[in-house]
Design a protein around this ligand. Structure first.
Ligand code: AMP
Ligand code: MG
Ligand code: MG
Length: 331
């Protein structure tokens, strides 16, 4: 769903947005303010994801089928993220996964904060003069919905990706249930963010020990082609988990060495934020042919030719993708 500029901008809300945080940051560049806002918005999204679950009524709707679900959390979070960002940045192009009927968004869903750590960061100078209207924001309000409905809560993430000139340059990932099995004293949830040329933050970068080949892939959208591709690579281990965001976290935290998904299914909102974060720490993500993804506003949403991502040793995995698999997946 495309959020059109201005449609949510009311004079009253504009006044309210001019808070202390806004004034403090008004000299920061558009990208810095956008990432700082996206961080705060993603944290609020995490609280919405948790409160829908604890409320007990997930409001599940099938989109294209039983493996393509939408819950009340997907709907509320998309409204929250897209409306909060559209109010503050009326000239942005914002594309959210869910197709929702136009509705007044409750004030309680609006987040106006800007995360101070981002505001303090010095972004690469080539981003200083980017204008709002040149940025495209890709929003997956809840990645791993199937797993959310099955209680696999730490597979779930909220993804906000920022693209400029068709390239993913910044991303924010909130993981609402990070630490949920770690005991009462552990802080629940976390937010990871990154900017190309600056780095990525909110986690400890770790690599899989050298020589180990661990593939992470889908658990709920498998197919013969997906499995044929994995088998051909001959990994030491396969980790099947939900969510594109979650799989990129596996790569950057040393749980897996490659994300291999030889199938259509993943969309631009699944890959934009993860791509920016992975690239910010020196990783690589492409389709199964090795072609980079494009994120300009008119691009086809579906990543029809699958996903191949690694933190290191991309070529090792790419060289093992069989020609038959490549032939079966047209970009
Ligand atoms: P997965 O790895 O199966 O969790 O998929 C990663 C992302 O791609 C999630 O947002 C899924 O909803 C989406 N996805 C992958 N395959 C499909 C499919 N066959 N139908 C719908 N969505 C899919
Ligand atoms: Mg998703
Ligand atoms: Mg989603």
């Amino acid at each position: 769903m495309l959020y059109k500029p201005f449609h949510l901008l009311a004079v009253t809300s504009l006044c309210r947005i001019r808070s202390a945080a806004f004034t403090m940051s008004s000299s920061a560049s558009v990208l810095v303010r956008l990432v700082a806002s996206a961080y705060s918005v993603a944290e609020k999204a995490g609280t919405i994801v948790r409160s829908v679950m604890s409320g007990g009524d997930l409001g599940i709707v099938e989109k294209t089928g039983a493996n393509d679900l939408q819950t009340a959390a997907d709907r509320l979070v998309q409204q929250s993220i897209c409306s909060s960002l559209a109010r503050k940045f009326p000239h942005l192009t914002i594309i959210g996964e869910e197709d929702l009927p136009p509705a007044d968004v409750e004030e309680s869903l609006i987040e106006t904060g800007e995360y101070a750590e981002v505001l303090k960061s010095v972004f690469p100078s080539q981003y200083s003069n980017i204008k709002e209207e040149e940025l495209v924001v890709w929003v997956d309000p809840l990645d791993g919905t199937k797993e959310y409905t099955e209680g696999l809560l730490d597979h779930v993430t909220v993804l906000i990706g920022v693209a400029y000139q068709g390239k993913a340059i910044a991303g924010v990932i909130n993981q609402p249930y990070y630490n949920y099995q770690a005991g009462d004293s552990a802080v629940l949830g976390r937010t990871i963010w990154g900017v190309l040329g600056l780095g990525a933050f909110g986690f400890q970068l770790k690599e899989v020990p050298a020589g180990q080949h661990i593939i992470t892939t889908t658990r709920s959208h498998s197919s013969k082609l997906v499995n044929d591709c994995i088998d051909a690579i001959k990994p030491d281990k396969v980790v099947r988990v939900g969510g594109a965001g979650n799989k990129i976290i596996q790569l950057i935290e040393g749980q897996a060495s490659a994300y291999v998904f030889a199938s259509p299914g993943c969309k631009k909102w699944d890959t934009c934020a993860p791509e920016a974060i992975l690239h910010a720490v020196g990783g690589k993500i492409t389709d199964i042919h090795g072609n980079p993804f494009q994120y300009h506003k008119d691009v086809k949403h579906m990543n029809s030719a699958g996903v191949l991502a690694t933190l290191r040793n991309f070529d090792y995995y790419f060289s093992r993708v069989p020609e038959s698999v490549k032939k079966a997946l047209v970009a």
